[in-house]
Design a protein around this ligand. Sequence first.
Ligand code: DGY
Length: 332
Amino acid sequence: MSSENKSKIFVARNIPDAGLDLIRGACDADIWLEPLPPSRDVLLEAIAGCEGVISLLTERVDSEFFEAAGQQLKVVSNYAVGFNNIDVAEATRRGIRVGNTPGVLTDATADMAFTLLIATARRIVEAADYVRNGEWKTWEPRGHIGMDLCNKTIGIVGMGRIGFAMAKRCRGGWGMDVLYHDQFQNEDAETQLAARRVDLDTLLSESDFVSVHVDLNETTTGMFDAGAFERMKSTAIFINSARGPLHVGQDLFDALASGKIFAAGLDVTDPEPILDNDPLLSLPNCLVVPHIASGTVSSRNGMAEIAANNLLAGLADQPLPCWVNPEVDGSP
Ligand code: DGY
């Protein structure tokens, strides 16, 4: 088939071949290969006339985006499980299908949340820096004392797939009690992990560690603010592997710097990348990594495959395998 007969699509970054191989032959594909995302202007120009786009968290998909693409746009396939970068209501209003990539990154993300927990509890980065800086002179009976993990209480905010996977690690491996806060009851968590659903205040005050796994939306933005950190134990550790704007950076800094809480582990920040002069980076008890929770081979390949299959289904006016707005029906 000549490229004239193929759907014009734009892929906003060099995603794994597991996905690109599925679409290269089937579409007239323009793939952005630069390490940094396209600027807004370049993006809006690149999507003009496209029937499909594979977007990332870095692309704001809103009215301006849809206008720039044009009326032939059928599908936006997000290379992520989260889709807070997309105005889904606007996409739905325009009859544009939106896809995401759930499931394949659940374990990788829970592993990262747990990695951040154990690393902050045992002050691993501080200790490694101590060695690198040549400060290690002897075995220190009172040096580098961290927190125990076994038999503590984990508080999971958002008991969806990833929250459940994190709770499972904490319960199964470390014998922790599990508290959770969620708008929905999770019976599997209650029966398999003896999890107890509580209100947020109870979770914050009774948990030794708090790990957040909710979507970012108008209700959850800034939910971890000074008031939330105030309620937590002074020995508590806060883990965010979901979205940066769920916590208020300045309030987290104040809580960590004043010893209101013990430590924080962040895979996500606001903005991303975090600014070089963000005060959180000056704290020994704040561990920040660059949004890498889904960064394993199987997870990223799985995301690429799903994103490609969502795109191809959308181009064919078919239901998407992972469809965020199924209320956009199958009719062209
Ligand atoms: C997601 O998928 O939403 C992650 O944040 C990136 O993998």
